[in-house]
Design a protein around this ligand. Sequence first.
Ligand code: 15L
Length: 267
Amino acid sequence: MSDQRVLLTGAAGVVGKLMRPRLARAGRVLRLLDVAPLEPAAPGERVELVTASVTDPDAMAAACHGVDAIVHLGGLSREDSWARLLEINIDGTHTVLEAARAAGVSRVVLASSNHAVGFRRIGEAGPDGLPGDSSPRPDTYYGVSKAAIEALGSLYHSRFGMDVTCLRIGSCFERPADTRQLSLWLSPDDCARLLESCLATGKPGYRIVWGVSNNTRSIVSLREAREIGYESRDDAEEFADDVTSGDVGEFIGGAFCTTPLGLANPL
Ligand code: 15L
């Protein structure tokens, strides 16, 4: 049987770097793509390195050649100018999906974000938490770009039958950094588990699921993620004693809800 080849965009980004070792599998080649420099392959690591922008149609066409699935993490990961978010996140995702369609790649995972629904009130959906597919209420231009990414995924599923799973990622870092993240943390290991579920589940169609761990203080629902086989094994609560700053706030998006629109910021 031939190797499974998975294209990982944004491989030099925060989540991309965390996923690189975790998505390594026997029988799998990871094709890592980023516009930023990538670490060279370690001895025995089965990776292909591509330096390119997701906004470059020719580069994306080449990058999609021979690929079985795409995990699209590439793009801006926080608030920025409208022009840059439009170019890199929205147009870039269109370029990725178009290249995938032309190359016959039938399965794509798109990194959305909690900020697509950042202005949803915590608790508004009751004790089960906010569903994975609640309609967008973006908190920033960045959040709008993530809602647009989800809409593009829906279009490519409906028009071309592509299997597209959008992950509304909470806060994917090594460990939760503040009180809000005790509710929205996605551990790196759980992120890899979720991605493996997206890659393995039979014909998922189009879905939006939350990407969070099974946090004691969870404010969102894992029902949709569990439907594709995701089982979290982590809980931010184990770090609660070390977390002293911030509060969970009124809205899902936290500080993004008040950050100035269109300005690059360090959140
Ligand atoms: C995101 O979408 C960002 O990419 C990440 O850097 C964090 O800010 C995260 O949301 C969050 O809300 O914690």
